[in-house]
Design a protein around this ligand. Structure first.
Ligand SMILES: C[S@@+](CC[C@H](N)C(=O)[O-])C[C@H]1O[C@@H](n2cnc3c(N)ncnc32)[C@H](O)[C@@H]1O
Length: 267
């Protein structure tokens, strides 16, 4: 009888030792084949402790564009599934957050009539809300990739918070290179300029990096948006731009429904 392959995509969390979900752990243990795309050695250690035979999806630093690297990952995953393997593919953070390869692998496997499913994981966003003590829903929160934010202008409301990811990768479709100071600085300077169109220059944003390792605190560094151009950033830096005070309650709308807080901020 033919063995039918299937695909489960799971997230390793950011701090894998404590953020790998029970669901992900079970999927890793039960799979015929485990493939992972995690570079942080702590995550690799946790995955390999569960499955010594887990194989790393390659992430070459040879000038290939990221798009091509992700396509190669997708092909590697899909080939295994089509050969009848029950594959668990592990991606860092939440596998569906700013990650094209997992979504595409699921589309292709499902398109071949096989079972393909994604399990949620703990993303950098979850860590950010916890580490910065902010509630994304209270005043609203826009989440965007930094290059996309800059190159596809949108109407921004500074009374809604903003999270920008990949702020060190602005204008770079290749793999991150920490030595590429000129591009990084030009990207951050443009970002600063555009943010200053919506927020006051002295508005305090926070450079954020969730900790990967037990016992290491997150990076939470305040920076005025006008000074972003000279900020020191890494491959995993994200930016939190808090909202300005909320708009006043529309008294007519509130009164129509007998809202008790008419005239105050909505609770
Ligand atoms: C390709 S995305 C992957 C996100 C990942 N799938 C997740 O769920 O967190 C990479 C971007 O996520 C953000 N990121 C990843 N790790 C982070 C960390 N430890 N702290 C803050 N932001 C992080 C950064 O903006 C980084 O450029």
């Amino acid at each position: 009888m033919d063995k039918r392959g299937m695909l489960l995509i799971v997230g390793a969390g950011i701090r894998t030792d404590s953020q790998l979900t029970r669901e992900a752990e079970k999927a890793i243990v039960a799979a015929d084949k485990v493939l992972f795309a995690a570079q942080d050695p702590w995550a690799v250690r946790v995955i390999r402790a569960l499955r010594a035979d887990a194989e790393s999806l390659s992430y070459p630093h040879d000038g290939r564009p990221r798009r091509q690297i992700y396509e190669e990952m997708v092909e590697r995953i899909v080939v295994e599934v089509l050969q009848g393997q029950k594959v668990c593919a592990v991606f860092y953070g939440h596998p569906g957050v700013l990650a094209d390869a997992p979504h595409e692998a699921i589309r292709r496997v499902a398109g071949a009539g096989l079972v393909a499913r994604m399990c949620p994981g703990v993303s950098f966003l979850d860590c950010l809300f916890a580490d910065l003590g902010v509630d994304p829903v209270r005043q609203g929160c826009t989440v965007l990739e930094a290059s996309d934010f800059l190159f596809r202008p949108r109407r921004l409301d500074p009374r809604v918070s903003l999270v920008l990811s990949q702020i060190s990768q602005i204008g770079n479709s290749g793999v991150f290179d920490a030595e590429d100071h000129d591009r990084i600085t030009r990207g951050l300077s443009l970002l600063s300029e555009v943010l200053c169109e919506s927020w006051p220059g002295d508005h305090e944003a926070i450079l954020y990096e969730a900790s990967f390792m037990p016992g290491t605190p997150p990076r939470r560094e305040p920076v005025a948006v006008r000074d972003l151009g000279s900020a020191a950033v890494s491959e995993v830096s994200s930016l939190w731009v808090p909202a300005l005070p909320p708009p006043a309650v529309d008294r007519r709308r509130a009164a129509r429904l007998g809202w008790p807080g008419a005239g105050r901020t909505a609770a």
